[in-house]
Design a protein around this ligand. Structure first.
Ligand code: PLP
Length: 470
């Protein structure tokens, strides 16, 4: 689709609708001349050049990419009206679209019943899940893995709940034995399981936690902000489907359409399996909720104003690329395949070492140095040198605990408490297109130039054997 054409058509369509209400004169306080605007616009576009090329396959840094053109056109068309999905009187059309996309996301996870809504972010969705957890299990704490998103601990502080960090295994997944020991010891009401950690894309054993839900009466919340859409590929024999199949048996799940759902920022979603949790949101508003007897979106969310355009963008995108294996599933698959191909290249590399086999589309690796301090310094060097020069490659860094590195790679000398490793998020389906080139470039940056003399010959300097795929 031709983005410029359809952006123009969106403006036309909304103008056509507006014209039906009769002419009026915009207030002169709004007036801006084209010349004046042109100068400011030129400044803006110049300023925007100070950016990383998120759209390009060279960029394999953070989980960022431009939205799908359909999302941009859908967002713009609705934004020209600017509906507020807080309540139906803020915009009935986009409120209905939000309900429809929420139903589609619930179906994607296989939830038999649901209550949910879009949020401005995964963080807000997780906050809501923890808020409902607090209301339904008053006085009890929350457990999340050491590799879970940092905002869980933050939101526990916001909500006045005790947060407990549970150790992870050598794949970055929550250690269920440690969780069970914690459940015996402490008063825990809710366990947060991450389906696709932000750092490595590790998937916690959600299925293994179901038994603990029975045994200890805890709520299970799945933070699938990053990984959620991978559930579409769970039936294809590419990875263990069991954590994904367990999601419908959990109490709540968060997914971020603004990560793998091709949306602009401002689009997260929270879904609850039990619609009766609506009671925890009960409030009255003197301003709104006059247009229908059903619960308004604002009556089942903590936020008030929320973008109706975000719902329109997601709705239009899902019309074209539905949340099915053949729709969005086909958008996610190439990144997953590219991650595995890259892992293979890393396993054969003399200069780079695979940190752990990728579960989803995030690859973690490090320059093959003998010590943690050496790994850390070389990571920083590669990261910065990669972005400079004529053939740039944009990666990111992940700080990991020393024992996470030495546990996976016992030959590394533990001379520092932490080290940064390199991290690449293959969120774009084009990620595989220049993968071999990016890999060679990173090898060059890691090994080529920085070691003019041979590395010392103590056994610890040899690149450790890659760990086998689980
Ligand atoms: C990105 C992410 C979040 C936070 O979501 P935002 O939309 O950035 O607020 C939470 N959890 C996980 C696992 C994430 O990847």
């Amino acid at each position: 689709m031709d983005l410029q054409h359809w952006l123009g058509r969106a403006v036309e369509a909304v103008n056509g609708w507006s014209a039906g209400f009769g002419p009026f004169t915009p207030h002169p306080s709004h007036h801006v001349g084209d010349e004046e605007f042109g100068a400011a616009f030129a400044d803006l576009t110049k300023r925007l050049q100070d950016n990383y090329p998120f759209f390009h396959p060279r960029y394999v840094g953070q989980m960022v990419k431009p939205p799908h053109p359909a999302a941009i056109v859908g967002y713009l068309a609705a934004m020209l009206v600017n509906p507020n999905n807080h309540a139906r009187e803020g915009g009935p059309a986009t409120a209905d679209m939000e309900r429809e996309v929420i139903a589609e996301l619930a179906a994607m996870f296989g939830l038999p019943d649901h209550l949910g809504h879009l949020t401005t972010s995964g963080t807000m969705g997780n906050l809501e899940a923890l808020y409902v957890a607090r209301e339904s299990h008053p006085g009890a704490g929350v457990a999340y893995s050491a590799d879970s998103h940092f905002t869980h601990a933050r939101m526990c502080r916001v909500l006045g709940m005790a947060g407990h960090s549970v150790p992870v295994d050598l794949h970055g997944r929550m250690d269920l034995d440690a969780l069970e020991a914690l459940l015996r010891r402490e008063r825990i009401g809710t366990v947060v399981l991450t389906a696709g950690t932000t750092g490595t894309g590790a998937v916690d054993p959600v299925h293994g936690a179901l038994a603990l839900k029975e045994r200890y009466g805890v709520r299970l919340h799945v933070d699938a902000a990053y990984g959620g859409f991978f559930t579409l590929l769970a039936g294809q024999g590419l990875f263990d489907p069991r954590p994904w199949e367990a999601i419908p048996s959990c109490d709540s799940v968060v997914v971020d359409p603004h990560k793998h759902g091709l949306q602009p920022y401002g689009c997260g979603a929270v879904l609850f399996a039990d619609p009766a949790v609506a009671r925890h949101y009960r409030h009255d508003s003197p301003y709104t909720y006059f247009t229908e007897s059903d619960l308004h979106l604002g009556e089942i969310s903590l936020e008030c104003s929320r973008s109706g355009a975000a719902a329109a963008a997601l709705w239009l995108t899902l019309r074209l690329l539905p949340a099915t294996p053949d729709g969005l599933g086909r958008v996610l698959l190439p990144g997953l395949r590219a991650a595995r191909r890259w892992a293979g290249l890393l396993q054969d590399s003399p200069h780079l070492t695979l940190f752990q086999p990728p579960e989803l589309d995030i690859v973690t690796y490090f320059p093959s140095e003998p010590t943690l301090a050496g790994v850390d310094a070389a990571t920083a060097r590669v990261l910065n040198a990669g972005m400079a020069g004529a053939d740039p490659v944009y990666v990111s860094a992940l700080r990991v605990d020393g024992h996470a590195l030495t546990g996976r790679h016992p030959r590394l000398v533990a001379d520092a408490p932490h080290a940064r490793v390199l991290r690449s998020v293959l969120i774009k389906p084009e990620a595989g297109d220049i993968l071999e080139h990016l890999h060679r470039r990173l090898e060059e940056l890691a090994g080529g130039r920085s070691h003019p003399c041979p590395v010392p010959s103590s056994p610890s300097d040899r690149p450790p054997a890659p760990i086998p795929d689980p």
